[in-house]
Design a protein around this ligand. Structure first.
Ligand SMILES: Cc1cc2nc3c(=O)[nH]c(=O)nc-3n(C[C@H](O)[C@H](O)[C@H](O)COP(=O)(O)O)c2cc1C
Length: 182
């Protein structure tokens, strides 16, 4: 048997979790609210672990910690919405980022629905309304593959970014629109 912290197949040592987290703190990422509603109830959390998988069909992946207060609802519901936050939305990101009871999180912000019934946040840069099509467990998190069934109209404004364990804003919209690659 491989020694603790060593990969059984390769014999390579795993990186220590704290060192991994410190390295990830230096990686700048977009900030999203992941929200859900359905038989498991309404819930949501702030997420940076969201990325595009494919455009055919349009698919995102979302990683959710199984110990988070939103997990039971996410596990039972069939849909979620990813609202990508704009620069002025740091306060709601902090509220959904842990410690606040689920229903209190939804007291701030204005919400609407696209196709699935999952709440989308007004004023977000964009929102991806999704059906959860596949789920898998990796470490402490579940990875959700989410097919995008509706999009919000793109909002305007600077983007909210998380880096070095704090929020920053960066200007967007500097590239002329409608310049599709040939
Ligand atoms: C900027 C930021 C990004 C986060 N990204 C994720 C993520 O991708 N997945 C996740 O499960 N939790 C993420 N979290 C943590 C959850 O938002 C939060 O811890 C979660 O709501 C658990 O707290 P709770 O149990 O009080 O709800 C992030 C938090 C912050 C502040």
């Amino acid at each position: 048997m491989a020694p603790t912290g060593t990969d059984a197949e390769t014999g390579m040592k795993a990186v220590e979790a704290g060192a991994y987290r410190a390295a990830m703190a230096g990686v700048a990422s977009a900030v999203h609210l992941v929200t859900t509603d359905g038989p498991g109830g309404r819930a949501g959390f702030t997420a940076s672990a969201v990325c595009s998988v494919s455009d055919a069909p349009p698919t995102l992946l979302v990683c959710v910690n199984r110990s988070s207060s939103a997990f039971a609802a996410v596990a039972q519901n069939a849909a979620l919405c990813v609202s990508t936050l704009s620069a002025g939305q740091g306060e709601i990101a902090a509220s959904f980022g842990g410690g606040t009871p689920q229903e209190a999180r939804f007291a701030s912000g204005r919400w609407y629905e696209l196709a699935t019934g999952a709440p989308a946040l007004e004023g977000a840069l964009t929102a991806f309304d999704c059906r959860i099509v596949r789920r898998t467990e990796v470490g402490s998190h579940n990875v959700l593959f989410c097919e995008v069934v509706a999009l919000a109209e793109a909002g305007a404004g600077d983007a909210l970014v998380y880096a070095d364990r704090r929020y920053h804003s960066i200007p967007v919209g500097m590239v002329p629109a409608a310049q599709d690659a040939a």
